[in-house]
Every structure is written in C-alpha cells, then in structure tokens.
Design a protein. Structure first.
Length: 222
C-alpha cells in the first residue's frame, strides 16, 4: 500500500478510506497484513481523485460511477452518472416561465439531435438561466441562443475527441470529469480574452457611444 500511495500520490489513510467505502477494489492478499496492488488500482485512484477533488462529487455518487464501470455498463451510462452529478441546480421559477424555457430548449434540442426533456439533469439549471436572462431584459442574448447551441455542438465534438483514444472506461470517465470542470474554466478564460479583443476592435475610440458614461469602456465589464 505504501508503494501504491507513492505511485498515485494519495495518502495511505485516504486509500484505506476508499477501500472501506467500496470505491477501490481490494488488492490480492499475499499475507495476513499485506496485499498486492496493480496498475488498475492506480487508474481507479486517479478516477476517484478526479471525481472527488476536481468534480466535487459525493462518495455516494463516486460509488455509483465505479459500480457502473465494474459492472461493464456502457461507457455512455457511466459518463451520464458523473455528468448528472456535475450539473448545477437552479431555483424554482414560475410555471409559465418554466414552460416557455422548456419549449425554447426542446426546439433547440430537436434541431441539434440532442436528447432532452423536463426531467433531463440539465433542465433545472438551463431553464433557470433562460428565465433569468429574460427577466433581466437581455433579449439580444436570447436572440443569439441558436449560435450558442451551434458552438456547444462544436465544443462537444472537441470534448469527445479527447476521450476516443483512452484505453479504459476508468480513464474515459476520469478525463470527462476533469474535462468538464476544468474545460469550463479553460473556455471561460479564452472567452474573456476573445471578448476583450472583439471589444477593442468594435470600440477602438473608447468613449464613442453616448450611452457610455465618462471613464467606462465596454471591455471593463468583460
């Protein structure tokens, strides 16, 4: 176990905890006090670490994911369990607003061949976001939702391309969790850079629009 800890970078006490919780399969017993661990244990620890430390998933959710992997469930199902846990929740919205938002997303999903319904894991957060945008009066942002959906398709293809060459379901789920959480942060940073550059191109004179007060610039809020 000491060697497993050194190889994985995870403390022995934490490994023992994962063993007790059933997240890590036991090693091959070589004596009453020792067991042999292999590369599959190192891979499983990487998966657990990604889900717990990067994804912030609960032990119960991690147990569901590894159970699906160990039961040789389809990769899509194991990924789905992890992705559902990564999806944020949203506050309740009025029924009429919720119905409108669901109609918007359902139509987008139909056009793009996405699976979506009121009970989809992303529905609460996505519906809440759309309702907030409309309540704040940002109609132009809603007008561009089709363009955002097109970009989402492109990003999803890039995301899944990074998984294709991985050798095991453990590695695929691990990469998907890391890619979703850290990929969101990466894209957010790149988006801010692009926004700043586009703002400079569109408004090179700084205060060239009457609605901007002195000292303000469109890039300041990006």
């Amino acid at each position: 176990m000491a060697e497993l800890s050194a190889e994985s970078g995870i403390p022995v006490a934490t490994i023992k905890y994962y063993l007790r919780e059933g997240l890590l399969p036991p090693g091959e017993r070589t004596s009453p006090n020792q067991a042999r661990y292999g590369e599959n244990h190192v891979q499983r620890l990487r998966l657990i670490r990604a889900m717990v430390e990067v994804g912030g998933l609960s032990v119960a959710t991690v147990r569901d994911v590894v159970a699906a992997v160990d039961a040789h469930q389809p990769t899509h199902k194991a990924l789905g369990i992890a992705q559902r846990a990564l999806t944020g929740l949203a506050a309740d919205v009025p029924p009429d607003d919720r119905e409108w938002a669901l109609e918007v997303v359902t139509e987008l999903a139909r056009k793009h061949g996405w699976q979506f319904g009121p009970n989809h894991p992303v529905a609460p957060a996505l519906v809440g976001t759309l309702c907030t945008i409309r309540a704040l009066g940002h109609v132009k942002l809603l007008d561009g939702i089709g363009d955002y959906a097109d970009l989402a398709d492109q990003v999803a293809q890039v995301d899944l391309d990074t998984l294709d060459a991985l050798p095991s379901v453990d590695r695929i789920v691990e990469a998907a969790v890391v890619g979703t959480v850290l990929g969101d942060r990466l894209f957010e940073g790149l988006r801010r850079l692009a926004q700043g550059a586009e703002s400079a191109r569109r408004y090179p004179a700084g205060l060239d629009r009457p609605e901007l007060s002195r000292g303000e610039h469109p890039e300041a809020g990006l």
